[in-house]
Design a protein around this ligand. Structure first.
Ligand SMILES: Nc1nc2c(ncn2[C@@H]2O[C@H](COP(=O)(O)OP(=O)(O)O)[C@@H](O)[C@H]2O)c(=O)[nH]1
Ligand SMILES: [Mg+2]
Length: 146
């Protein structure tokens, strides 16, 4: 199965680093990445991933799932992420995961919770140290196939 995934989060939150950490392969003639995951339940899933920090010209309907990412050392990136989650949940009924990145660093963002209001799953990762980087994608895969 093939699904289109949008990674959104303000600049320098680690979108490209996350894609690299799961060995996503950058397409030759576009800004898209491909990455394959094996899930225990349903075999293989292929994600075509696009990253952006500016959703102004993004058509959410083109995507099957969303990774909203913020930087645990940057409070304004968390505010942005919450805004993006709110916007997404009001516009589409597609799976969303919220990713708190850079957990290897001393954090300045506190009180992060999986917002029940938004019905998103929350994952703390370090894209740079390769900690738990597969988890958000596997969660999306499970939700999309459901
Ligand atoms: N310490 C640390 N640095 C990170 C992590 N993820 C990304 N970075 C750094 O944050 C900066 C921005 O990362 P990048 O992937 O280019 O962010 P993007 O703009 O969202 O694509 C780079 O210097 C990365 O090395 C992480 O988990 N831990
Ligand atoms: Mg980038």
């Amino acid at each position: 199965m093939e699904s289109r995934i949008l990674l959104i989060g303000s600049r320098k939150t680690g979108k490209t680093t996350l894609l690299d950490s799961v060995n996503a392969h950058l397409h030759e003639n576009s800004d898209d990445y491909t990455v394959d995951f094996q899930t225990r339940e349903d075999g293989n899933v292929r994600f075509i991933c696009t990253e952006t920090s500016d959703t102004k010209f993004t058509n959410y309907w083109n995507f099957d799932g969303f990774v909203v990412i913020f930087d645990l050392t940057n409070v304004s990136s968390y505010k942005d992420a919450r805004r993006m989650c709110r916007e997404l949940t009001s516009m589409v009924v597609k799976p969303i995961v919220l990713v708190a990145n850079k957990k290897d660093l001393p954090r300045t963002v506190h009180g992060v919770t999986a917002d029940r209001e938004f019905k998103v799953s929350l994952f703390f990762i370090s894209a740079k140290k390769n900690t738990d980087v597969q988890k958000p994608f596997r969660s999306l895969a499970r939700s999309i196939m459901r």
